[in-house]
Design a protein around this ligand. Structure first.
Ligand code: KDG
Ligand code: MG
Length: 404
């Protein structure tokens, strides 16, 4: 078979931050790219791909995208989980990329074509105090963004999720091990509603405001926060409780009409099924890479569509521009796709992954290149640049571990 997969390369690199990239080449010279980055666990997914997946791909027909997905998922007894699903996701993206190049179509055209002209996105704004936060909110609005995630400092806490002393926030900053942070919910629960009310008063009614609680609250604390935020009409309140305890969201839901979003740590449709079928959430947030790629995510989003839940994939800097490309194409072609997170990247990341997708007037566009529309600047993908970087961990004041 002249178009069979001939070469599979796993690139570990660090153009400003760590990424794992899969490059699949066919005998007739088509190249497909996939993102396999799992923040802080890069080498685990790289080894899974290199040792267990790459040998299975050589000689396969790259056009059998769904069959390859099923082969890597069902054909493996030890399945699910972030490492396995990111590896499958990377292969899936690379094969869709190759199909696009073979047919000369951008991915969104292969997925059924446009259902919208442009994709809404949201940026991150944070500040230790309200004036600093408003400065970032204003900067995003001036750049044309219609939705902003707002995170602020909390009196009494030296560190808070999503708030950095550095204007360019990168959560995986620990070089020698996970930085230790202290977390107590009471001050946070008192502060956030006041802060977000001030942001709402400042921006008026038209701006979509979001907030991420990062899986830290108990169900009743989450319910209290959702209720206290009702008057500010959040676009969503994200990850209020640890994602494993799905029944917790029923309790939250019983108490508040604040829209709920969750799913960035989910990996399969089965992780989402209960929440979607029971209508316990409003937005489902798996990243394309962590949810097994485009092939699996579109099934999750179809299930969500049946239940009035909208799609809003995770898009932090630790999801590479390849994943973001796939997400934008999916968003342009999926009716119940609501919004794409876009945290942004350091300049070097844009240079390392030249891409056709772009931002215009606060909205994302996929571009018209065949496939995903992303290439690699090889000189910026050097294995030697990789250095382990750790996400923080958090403890209560009594010293016990809690969710970061
Ligand atoms: O790797 C962890 C980050 O991706 C995560 O903390 C970012 O919660 C996040 C978000 O909503 O972007
Ligand atoms: Mg989040």
């Amino acid at each position: 078979m002249n178009d069979a997969i001939e070469r599979v390369e796993v690139l570990v690199s660090s153009p400003a931050r760590n990424y794992v990239t899969l490059r699949v080449t066919t005998r007739d010279g088509l190249v497909g790219l996939g993102d396999a980055t799992v923040n802080g666990r890069e080498l685990a997914v790289a080894a899974y791909l290199r040792e267990h997946v790459a040998p299975l791909l050589i000689g396969r027909d790259p056009g059998r995208i769904e069959d390859t997905w099923q082969y890597l998922y069902r054909g493996v007894y030890w399945r699910r989980g972030p490492i396995t699903m990111a590896a499958i996701g990377a292969v899936d993206l690379a094969l869709w990329d190759i199909l696009g190049k073979r047919t000369g179509q951008p991915l969104y055209a292969l997925l059924g074509g446009r259902v919208r002209d442009r994709l809404a996105t949201y940026r991150h704004a944070f500040g230790w105090d309200v004036p600093a936060l408003l400065e970032q909110v204003d900067a995003h609005r001036e750049a044309g963004f219609t939705h902003v995630r707002v995170q602020s400092g909390v009196p009494g806490l030296d560190t808070v999720y999503g708030v950095s002393k550095d204007p360019t926030y990168e959560p995986a900053a620990g070089r020698t091990g996970p930085p230790e942070e202290v977390w107590e919910p009471e001050g946070y629960l008192r502060t956030m509603p006041e802060v977000i009310a001030k942001v709402r008063a400042h921006v008026g009614d038209e701006v979509g405001l979001l907030h991420d609680a990062h899986h830290r609250l108990t169900p009743i604390q989450a319910a209290r926060l959702g209720k206290a935020l009702e008057d500010v009409h959040l676009y969503w309140l994200e990850d209020v409780t640890p994602a494993e305890d799905q029944e917790a969201l029923r309790l939250v839901r019983q108490h508040t009409t604040t829209p709920l979003a969750i799913g960035e740590v989910f990996n399969t449709a089965w992780d989402c099924q209960y929440l979607i079928e029971n209508r316990l959430i409003d937005f489902i947030r798996l990243a394309v890479v962590h949810g097994g790629g485009v092939s699996h995510l579109r099934k999750i989003f179809a299930l969500a569509e049946l239940h009035g839940v909208r799609a809003a994939p995770h898009g932090p800097s630790d999801v590479s521009p390849i994943s973001l490309a796939a997400s934008i194409h999916l968003g342009i072609a999926t009716h119940n796709f609501a919004i794409q997170e876009y945290m942004g990247y350091p300049d070097l990341v844009h240079e390392a992954f030249p891409h056709e997708w772009y931002v215009d007037q606060g909205h994302l566009h996929p571009g018209e290149a065949a496939g995903l529309g992303v290439t690699l600047e090889d000189a910026l993908h050097r294995r030697d640049d990789y250095q382990a970087a750790h996400l923080p961990v958090a403890r209560r004041r009594d010293g016990s571990m809690t969710d970061w």
